[in-house]
Design a protein around this ligand. Structure first.
Ligand SMILES: CC(C)(COP(=O)(O)OP(=O)(O)OC[C@H]1O[C@@H](n2cnc3c(N)ncnc32)[C@H](O)[C@@H]1OP(=O)(O)O)[C@@H](O)C(=O)NCCC(=O)NCCS
Ligand SMILES: [Zn+2]
Length: 303
């Protein structure tokens, strides 16, 4: 990201939110979010338009079923905490300690980008200081390692974050959402993993191969992150459509209601991504440039 672009978010269109004021001067800028992304070199596969879920069966980019609500997924690269003290300053004490406890540089960079991006897009939607957002991470067991929620905001949007390999992602929607991305990597015990991950019906329908397995894994993780149970719920209780077909929940006896899931395009072909939420059908899904969001903090965002 060039300095010039970082200084001029209004000129390039709003990477955060339609009609949201987030420039230093506070001027309200009309958003050309999708047009910006579709023209961007980092998303060469995207067509102009709002919906960028991948329809694998037709190897194209398909419009998701609309039910009146939009989910936005921002993708960004990891950011080195040493070079971005402005982003570190957005984190709360818990997040700073968690980040500092990570031993590997790339884990810290993923952690920082994911949590700073979460705060920036939430603050953009709700108004106010991203650093002042009060995150509640209480798990069912009482420890602070559960699905993050915003404390003190009754009408807060649903959100979810993910980090893997060269990407971090944040999803925002009106209701509960879950997002997952996984870097493609050799899986040493695919058969063993498949036994724990795939339902009997999925196993009967044949070998998915490593690529198909990873697609199914990201879809199921997105669903379990949307419900908030995470991997404490068995993945093999969920039966999904074939990974080569549009994502669909075929059977999930203990789901407690309908959940949709969709593949979502990422900037890297070897990082499959999925997003999920409550309801019968996927809403419009917009992919947005999280790097642009992170880049404006240092130069232009007033805090
Ligand atoms: C949450 C989980 C699905 C994450 O999967 P992952 O692919 O390793 O990691 P991702 O990068 O996609 O997502 C991690 C983020 O999900 C969020 N998260 C954590 N628990 C979550 C949950 N139950 N539901 C939704 N999101 C959750 C956090 O923000 C976390 O990021 P952070 O650790 O930087 O704060 C998985 O680690 C999990 O289920 N863990 C809980 C296991 C469990 O049940 N433990 C027993 C608790 S008593
Ligand atoms: Zn717990």
């Amino acid at each position: 990201m060039s300095d010039e672009r970082a200084r001029s978010p209004a000129a390039m269109g709003c990477p955060i939110e339609e009609r949201t004021s987030h420039t230093a001067g506070g001027s309200r800028t009309g958003c050309s979010r999708c047009a910006v992304l579709c023209r961007g070199a980092r998303f060469p596969g995207l067509r102009a338009g709002r919906d960028h879920t991948r329809d694998r069966s037709r190897a194209g980019w398909a419009r998701a079923t609309l039910d009146g609500v939009t989910v936005t997924v921002w993708w960004a690269a990891p950011t080195d905490p040493v070079s971005r003290p402005d982003l570190v300053a957005l984190l709360d004490e818990h997040e700073r300690q968690r980040m500092a406890a990570l031993r590997r540089d790339d884990d810290r960079a993923r952690y920082l980008a994911a949590h700073a991006l979460t705060r920036l897009v939430l603050a953009s939607r709700l108004g106010g200081d991203p650093a002042a957002l009060d995150m509640d991470r209480t798990c069912g067991c009482g420890k602070p390692h559960g699905k993050p929620r915003l404390a003190g905001h009754r009408d807060a949007p649903g959100f979810s974050l993910t980090h893997s390999g060269a990407l971090v992602g944040v999803a925002l929607g009106a209701g509960p959402v879950g997002v997952d991305v996984e870097r493609h990597r050799p899986l040493s015990d695919l058969d063993g993993l498949a036994r724990h991950t795939l339902s009997p019906a999925e196993r009967r329908s044949g070998d998915l191969g490593a690529d198909g397995f990873l697609v199914t894994w990201t879809r199921k993780e997105a669903l379990l992150k949307a419900t908030g149970t995470g991997l404490a719920s068995p993945m093999d209780a969920i039966t999904l459509s074939d990974p080569g077909a549009p994502a669909r929940v075929l059977d999930w006896p203990d789901a407690g209601g309908p959940w949709w899931v969709a593949d979502v395009v990422t900037p890297h072909d070897d990082h499959p991504g999925a997003v999920a939420g409550a309801g019968h059908s996927a809403p419009a899904i917009t992919v947005a440039d999280g790097d642009a969001v992170l880049s404006v903090v240092r130069g232009t965002m007033s805090r």
